[in-house]
Write a protein that binds this ligand. Sequence first.
Ligand code: MD3
Ligand code: FE
Length: 217
Amino acid sequence: MTGDLLAGLAPPPPTREEIGPGAVRLRGWALPRAVELLAAVEAIAAAAPFRHMVTPGGFEMSVAMTNCGAAGWVTDRAGYRYAPDDPLTGRPWPPLPVAFGDLAQAAAGAAGYRDFQPDACLINRYEPRARLTLHQDRDERDKGHPIVSLSLGLPAIFQFGGLKRADPVRRVTLLHGDVVVWGGAARLFHHGVLPLKDGTHPLLGKRRVNLTLRRAW
Ligand code: MD3
Ligand code: FE
């Protein structure tokens, strides 16, 4: 009976998909930890508030950011870099929760990258219309380490191209709970996020939160 009903249904989507050379999406991988992760993000933001940083060109970013870990990604008129202290408070960034490090290491392992030990977690907060223009992540010392990205809240249309800015781009939707591990050739691909569509997420309301875990130093 159950077998007959199931026989007519499409197979479930694979959990682990290669979406580019060295880039692996683990769909829904963080779902069981979403509530715990969001509580940790709230605690981090209480100590190191979300803020809109300014690019070297003088534009205020539409995405609000904060960090945890030994190294925090910052931008201002002087440039992009990793810094040990939060420029807003003058204090070190809040420590990287052990749960973040463990999750990132397990995700990297599931994607085929052994012994990933992040020292930086950039937390990006999107509200409707916030976007991230096409860029490369080049501020980390050793680009041989992968980057683990974890999406929560409203869906985002993520785009990634190639090594050259003018290379054609592919679009991928990132949903609540999705984890993507970016290593290999994809590590230096151009990528960005299209303007967030309006909507309401049961846990996050009108927001998307993305965590990127990296080895910066
Ligand atoms: C592909 N964040 O913080 S995460 C960033 O959704 C960033 O907030 C986006 O790009 C976000 O720098 C995208 C996915 C991601 C992160 C790093 C990458 C994709 C990547 C590095 C290389 C290639
Ligand atoms: Fe990026």
